[in-house]
Write a protein that binds this ligand. Structure first.
Ligand code: 1CP
Length: 352
């Protein structure tokens, strides 16, 4: 069957199946976005970030922009982790120059008002983006490029829902989780249901792998990491796998440090994304022996370019390159990054 032939060519999928690759495959978190002039142009025309996200023509276009320029081995759906709170009924705004703003959840009643049953009314355009992107990738000859779908993990999404936006420490959320875990758990359970449903719909629309972003996994102590990061992630992975056993899931528990070992062993994921604070040799010995790893160039090395970029990238390639490995950044591309530096990095990886 032609589809099987195509899958074989997708290096990232091979690596996620724990196979070695002739070349190290790569993609970059936030590879679509504000560092690209073609993105800024489309965003201005669309009149805002959410307009882009909920317009399948525009969102599939943005998803493809970095692929056309740089030819990464994977495209990642252009969307945001905060569409889940939005679809559950929470007010969400993105103001230019500021981060996201939500009307913060304050009590149990606010949690009970979230409605899982209606999320597809908001999320349907995103499923269309996934299927349109698959079609455009094929039409434009990117037959070896995999399409990654994604969502935020319940803990990280809950952080934004309770703080009402970004934060450095997420103390309000932690205080709620630590002092009233029963009611906090009702929010996490709602997010588990919504997220698993959302990801299954992305898979059914054509996503070939999934990444779960747990950007704020690192703010929790050990007990709460297990309860609010590991356990909910395991539940989501199980619900996905029951329906789609072959779809690989990449977990990204940012700043989890040595707790990553427990995360790898207990969540059922197929690969782990490493943030840039993770020491490569430690990760090679303690994590890459268990499953494929992805990462972990400091985005500031990419922003800087030149020798720093070269040295840092080669160091990572030499450490991880002999075993199943996907090159990525340790966090998202910074918006001031010159696109030429991204081109340079692609060359470094390809010629390794
Ligand atoms: O144009 C703009 O002004 C919006 C900037 C922007 C973009 C391009 C936001 C707002 N989100 C996105 C896209 C996005 N977000 C993607 C698209 C695919 C790609 O990687 O190319 C993805 C995967 C995300 C995921 C996301 N959103 C995360 C997890 C990863 C991470 O960065 O840690 C988080 C925490 C968010 C929330 C969010 N959305 C946008 C911003 C600026 C933020 C961070 C807010 C904060 O905490 O300060």
């Amino acid at each position: 069957m032609p589809i099987v032939m195509t899958e074989k060519n997708k290096r990232i999928i091979n690596v996620l199946e724990n196979k070695k690759s002739d070349q190290v495959p790569f993609w970059f978190m936030r590879q679509a976005g504000r560092y690209l002039p073609e993105y800024r142009e489309l965003r201005a025309k669309a009149g805002g970030f959410l307009n882009l996200v909920y317009n399948p023509d525009d969102a599939s276009e943005v998803t493809l922009q970095p692929i056309r320029r740089f030819g990464m081995d994977a495209a990642i759906l252009f969307s945001d982790i905060l569409v889940i709170p939005h679809a559950l009924g929470q007010d969400l705004r993105f103001e230019t120059g500021e981060g996201p703003k939500l009307n913060a959840l304050k009590n149990v009643e606010d949690i009970q008002n979230l409605n899982v049953l209606k999320i597809d009314e908001t999320l349907n355009p995103i499923y269309q983006t996934v299927s349109q992107t698959r079609k455009k990738l094929a039409d434009e000859g990117f037959n070896d490029t995999a399409l990654i779908g994604f969502a935020g993990s319940p803990w990280t999404v809950a952080c934004y829902m309770i703080e009402g936006g970004g934060s450095k420490t997420f103390e309000k959320t932690k205080k709620w989780a630590y002092s009233d875990p029963k009611s906090f758990e009702t929010l996490i359970n709602t997010l588990i249901d919504a997220t698993a449903h959302y990801l299954i719909k992305q898979i059914e629309a054509g996503a070939e792998a999934i990444q779960l972003f747990d950007s704020w996994a690192g703010v929790l102590d050990h007990y709460n990491f297990k309860r609010w990061v590991v356990n909910p992630t395991a539940k989501i992975v199980k619900i996905i796998k029951d329906k789609h056993p072959k779809i690989p899931v990449i977990g990204f528990p940012r700043d989890a440090g040595e707790k990553s070992i427990e995360y790898v062993n207990e969540t059922g994921i197929q690969a782990i994304g490493l943030d840039f604070s993770m020491e490569p040799l430690w990760a090679k010995e303690n994590l890459q022996t268990l499953m494929p790893v992805q990462g972990n160039l400091d985005p500031v090395a990419l922003l800087s370019g030149g020798d720093v970029l070269k040295r840092s990238a080669i160091d990572i390639l030499e450490t991880f390159g002999d075993e199943p490995f996907i090159f990525n950044l340790g966090h998202g591309v910074i918006k001031e990054t010159p696109p030429e530096h991204v081109e340079e990095l692609c060359e470094i990886i390809r010629s390794f």
